[in-house]
Design a protein around this ligand. Structure first.
Ligand code: CA
Ligand code: CA
Ligand code: CA
Length: 288
C-alpha cells in the first residue's frame, strides 16, 4: 500500500514534464500512426511536381516543405496535367501496388496527406460540381485504401485551387473554390488556403506559381499543418491518460493500459518507458 502511494507521488512528478499528448511529436507535427516516422505525402497535378519553379532548389512547395520539416520523410505522387477524375482512377489502380514501387511515391504510412488537383478539369468536362465530387471521392478512397490491414489512415487535407492569371480559366477555378468553401467538411477537408496566393506570384504561363509563389504556398501549407492540421490530428490521436502514448496504440502496440499512465506501477510512465528509456512498460522489474 505504502509502495503504491509512493509510486503515485513519483508518477505525478514524472508525468508533470511529459508532453500533453503524442507518440512523440516530430518537427512539431503528430506522428499519427505512431511508427516513429513523420511521413508527409502529396498527390496531385503539376503543382505537386513544382512546374514553374525556376529556382535552383526546384520542386515547388514540396521541396520547401522538406526544408521546413527536416526530420520528415516527404513523398509525392505528381501527375502533371491530370484531371480529378483521372487522378481518382489512377490512384485506385496504383495505391494497392505502391508499396512495391518507388519508395518516394508510396503514400502508405503517411501521417499527413495533401491533395492538390482540379484545375485541369477545365480542359475536361469543365463542371465545378463534378470536380468537387471527384475530390471528395479521392479523399474517401485514400482514407479507406490507406487504412488497409489495420493501418491508421493519414490526416488528409485538400488544397483550395490557387488563383490563375488566365482570364479564360479564372471563372472555373473561382467556381471550384467557392464550392470547396461551401462544402468544406470532414469528407471534403479543403483546409489548405492556396486561394490566398497573390496573383503577382504566378509565373508567365498564367497558371503555375513562380519560385516565390511556391515558397508562399509552402508557408500556407505550414500554417495548415501547424494549426488546423495539428488540431485534427490531436482529435484523432487522443491520449486519455496523458502518458505520451495515443489511446488507440496503448493495448494494440505496447500492451499498456490506455487508462493508466504507469501500467506496471514501477514509477515510470508508459510513454517514458517506451520512447525515452526503452524499458518494458508492462514489467515492473524493467525500468531505468
Ligand atoms: Ca508516422
Ligand atoms: Ca495514453
Ligand atoms: Ca511503468
Amino acid at each position: 500500500m505504502r509502495r503504491t502511494f509512493f509510486n503515485l507521488i513519483l508518477s505525478a512528478f514524472l508525468l508533470a514534464p511529459a508532453a500533453a499528448f503524442s507518440c512523440p511529436l516530430i518537427d512539431g507535427l503528430v506522428d499519427s500512426n505512431c511508427d516513429g516516422v513523420l511521413k508527409i505525402g502529396f498527390a496531385g497535378d503539376s503543382f505537386v511536381k513544382g512546374v514553374g519553379d525556376r529556382s535552383e532548389l526546384g520542386g515547388g512547395y514540396v521541396s520547401r516543405i522538406a526544408e521546413l520539416y527536416p526530420n520528415a520523410v516527404i513523398v509525392k505522387y505528381p501527375q502533371p496535367g491530370i484531371a480529378s477524375g483521372i487522378l481518382l482512377s489512377r490512384l485506385i489502380r496504383k495505391v494497392p501496388r505502391m508499396a512495391s514501387g518507388p519508395a518516394d511515391r508510396d503514400l502508405h504510412d503517411t501521417d499527413v496527406l495533401i491533395i492538390d488537383v482540379g484545375r485541369n478539369d477545365y480542359w475536361e468536362d469543365r463542371n465545378p460540381p463534378n470536380t468537387v465530387g471527384n475530390i471528395r471521392r479521392i479523399v474517401k478512397f485514400l482514407t479507406a485504401a490507406l487504412a488497409n490491414n489495420g493501418q491508421t489512415p493519414p490526416v488528409i487535407a485538400v488544397t483550395m485551387l490557387a488563383p490563375t492569371n488566365r482570364a479564360f480559366q479564372a471563372p472555373f477555378i473561382s467556381a471550384v473554390d467557392s464550392l470547396l468553401v461551401k462544402q468544406r467538411s470532414a469528407s471534403l477537408p479543403a483546409y489548405v488556403r492556396a486561394d490566398l496566393l497573390r496573383n503577382s506570384l504566378i509565373s508567365r504561363d498564367g497558371l503555375h506559381p513562380n519560385a516565390l509563389g511556391y515558397a508562399d504556398l509552402a508557408q500556407i501549407i505550414k500554417t495548415y499543418l501547424e494549426t488546423k492540421g495539428l488540431s485534427r490530428a490531436r482529435a484523432i490521436c487522443r491520449d486519455n491518460d496523458n502518458d505520451g502514448i495515443f489511446d488507440k496504440f496503448e493495448a494494440s502496440k505496447f500492451g499498456t493500459n490506455p487508462a493508466l499512465a504507469d501500467t506496471d506501477s514501477d514509477g515510470y510512465n508508459d510513454g517514458d518507458e517506451v520512447f525515452t528509456h526503452d524499458t518494458d512498460p508492462t514489467d515492473p522489474n524493467s525500468h531505468p
